[in-house]
Design a binder for this molecule. Sequence first.
Ligand code: FES
Ligand code: FES
Length: 208
Amino acid sequence: MTNHEPFIDGAVETEEARGGVSRRSLLLTVGGAASLAAVPQVAADSISEGGPTASTRRVRLAVNGTRHELDLDTRQSLLDVLREGLDLTGTKKGCNQGACGACTVLLNGKRVVSCLTLAVMHDGAEIETIEGLEKNGELHPLQSAFIEHDALQCGFCTPGQIMSAVGCIAEGHAGSPAEIQFWMSGNICRCGAYPGIVAAVADAAKGT
Ligand code: FES
Ligand code: FES
C-alpha cells in the first residue's frame, strides 16, 4: 500500500457519499462500455465476412522490363509488392512513412517513395528498381561512381540514393553540389556519407 491509497479511497468514499460520480466508478463505467463496444465489432467482422476481409485486384506491372500480372491486396504498398511479392529486396524499407527515401524507385521514369503509394493505383506502370540498373554485367555509371567515391558505409540507404540520383540527373537537377544536395534532400543517410554521395552524383552527371 502506498501513501496515496488512503487519500484516494477516502476521496472516493466522500464523493459517493455525497451522491456524486466518483473517479473510480466513472472509470469502471467507461472501461466497461469500451469493452462491450469492442467485443461485438470483432464478432461482427468475423461473422459477416466469413474469413479474410481483404479485397484483391488484378494489376499489370512492368518491373525492370519484365511484365507481371498480379492479384494484389488493394492495401499493399508498391514497396511491399516489390519486396514481398516479387522478391526484389534491393529496394529498402526504412521508415515506411515517406521520410527517409530508402524505398525510392522510378515509376514511369519519375522517382517516388514506394512505401507511400498503393500498387493497385499503378496498373500498366513501368517500374525500375536498383536490380534493373546493371545491364549485361555492366554496372550503371552511378553504381560505379558510388563505389569510386566510397559513397556508402552500411549501404542501407544506397539503393534509394542511387535510384533518386538517376531521377535527379534525368530531371536536370545535378548541375552543382548545392543543387544535388537540395534535390537529393529527401534521401537520408544515417551514416553521413553525404560528401561521397554528392561527389558520385556530380561525377555521374558529367558523364551524361
Ligand atoms: Fe519509404 Fe522511408 S521507407 S521513405
Ligand atoms: Fe548507411 Fe547511408 S550508408 S545509411
